[in-house]
Design a protein around this ligand. Structure first.
Ligand code: PMP
Length: 453
């Protein structure tokens, strides 16, 4: 068992993100103590395969000594340098250059943040600066996609499609709008890929018409909707939406906070989608969770327009830890690891993961299996024909998460009974097979639970 004192201290003092405080007090914290490769060990010594890479972020896996060395070297030499006042540090400059070289097309300008939420928030500001500079200040309306997640900053939470994040704040603001998701498994128009793409195109056109074409500033989409339940759009969806935004004169933001850095295969999912957006937002895999950092990639024309618009005046956006040298040093080493074996291993492991999860389709509780690369979901139902979700009253997410934990597997269990997978890219065949086998055991245990049917 864990040290009682830690559980008590946590209960008394640590406020957890997106948690029922009361349930958490009742259940108590699970303390993670150490980790190596794709495995984590809790404070009681129990070892589990981390099928979710922390919070879809530890892409490089745990215990990478070269990352630890890069961070400690940088801490010793220069632990902090502001990027205000025209100052900078070598790792931040080198990381910006290395990322710009690898990003699709002309996304050559990188603004560093602390994570994904402030990356998204930064794009809202940059987009507004862009339109003001272009002499079109009335373009102040933003569109995103239902089931999308774009962080929990006050402005970004309005682009996020989670009512839980909205109540009490007057968000979504009246300048934030949504179009329906491409979610194929439960789409009222069916699952035909071209029909889904056409419906999304028509919905965006309609929305822009409704708002007023001269009012719309930007459109946000994830290459794969992560927190919405790993919803993979039909092939060609991102490209079609990107092209429509170009036609309508709207800036296109690809939110790659989850999908970048090998999660779906390449460094950027946009490469597979064959698009060059106006912005890409990233975080998570950028530093593999070893230290916090996010990044906004800006296309040349966006950067040049904002720069010309501001002229000699400062662009009003920044934070103390933007371009943090320790995070940047970590980012450089993580990039090195991706390009020296990890991306390749992730591609192989991803193919094995998808094959393994597909094999669960024969299970009575499995309604849908979807994913790309090392990003996948299994959607649970109690009736396959009717696609009946697990009864919400039974708190299936909690039950499945607990059972998986008992079986030695960390996964993401969404409230609606969707299981999310985003293992580290360093997974061995054995790790992947353990994820699949332990999922099957967890499904069998869940099936045997009378409250979940
Ligand atoms: N955008 C997307 C697509 C995300 O998945 C997330 C986090 N899961 C965010 C933004 C916010 O990132 P963070 O939690 O680092 O603030």
């Amino acid at each position: 068992m864990y040290s009682n004192s830690l559980v008590e201290l946590d209960r008394a003092h640590l406020v957890h993100p997106v948690a029922s405080y009361r349930n958490h007090e009742k259940l108590g914290v699970r303390v993670l103590a150490s980790a190596k490769g794709a495995s984590v060990t809790d404070a009681s010594g129990k070892q589990l395969v981390d099928g979710f890479a922390g919070l879809w972020c530890v892409n490089a896996g745990y215990g990478q000594e070269s990352i630890v060395e890069a961070a400690s070297r940088q801490m010793r030499e220069l632990p902090y340098a502001t990027a205000y006042f025209g100052l900078g540090s070598e790792p931040a400059i080198r990381l910006a250059a290395a990322l710009a070289e690898r990003a699709p097309g002309d996304l050559n300008h990188v603004y560093f943040t602390l994570g994904g939420s402030d990356a998204v928030d930064s794009t809202i500001r940059f987009i507004r600066y862009y339109w003001i500079a272009r002499g079109e200040p009335t373009r102040d309306q933003f569109i995103s996609v239902e089931q999308g997640y774009h962080g929990s900053s006050t402005a970004g939470a309005g682009l996020t499609a989670l009512p839980l994040f909205h109540a009490g704040f007057g968000i979504p603001f009246d300048w934030q709008h949504k179009i329906p998701s491409h979610y194929a498994y439960r789409n009222p128009i069916g699952d035909d890929p071209q029909a889904i793409i056409n419906a999304s195109l028509a919905a965006l056109r309609r929305k822009v018409e409704e708002i007023g074409p001269e009012r719309v500033a930007g459109f946000y989409a994830e290459p794969i909707q992560g927190s919405g339940g790993v919803l993979v759009p039909p092939k060609g969806w991102m490209k079609a939406m990107r092209e429509l935004c170009r036609e309508l004169g709207i800036l296109f933001v690809a939110d790659e906070v989850i999908t970048a850095f090998g999660r779906t295969g390449p460094l950027f999912a946009c490469e597979e989608d064959d698009i060059v957006p106006d912005f890409i937002t990233t975080a998570k895999g950028l530093t593999s969770g070893y230290v916090p950092m996010g990044a906004v990639f800006m296309a040349d024309h966006v950067y040049q327009t904002i720069a010309d618009g501001a002229g000699a005046a400062a662009v009003g956006h920044g934070s103390t830890y933007s371009a943090h040298p320790v995070s940047a040093a970590v980012g450089l080493e993580v990039l090195n690891l991706y390009e020296n074996g990890l991306l390749e291993n992730g591609r192989k492991a991803g193919a094995r993961l998808m094959k393994g999860l597909e094999s669960l389709k024969d299970h009575p509780l499995v309604g849908d299996v979807r994913g790309r690369g090392m990003l996948a979901a299994v959607e649970l139902v109690v009736n396959k024909e009717k696609k009946t979700p697990l009864p919400a009253a039974a708190d299936p997410a909690r039950r499945v998460f607990d059972r998986a934990w008992e079986n030695g597997l960390v996964l993401r269990a969404f409230a609606n009974g969707v299981l999310g997978y985003a293992p580290p890219l360093c997974c061995t065949d054995g790790d992947i097979d353990a994820i699949v086998e332990r999922t099957r055991k967890t499904l069998d245990d869940t099936l045997a639970d009378p409250d979940v049917r």
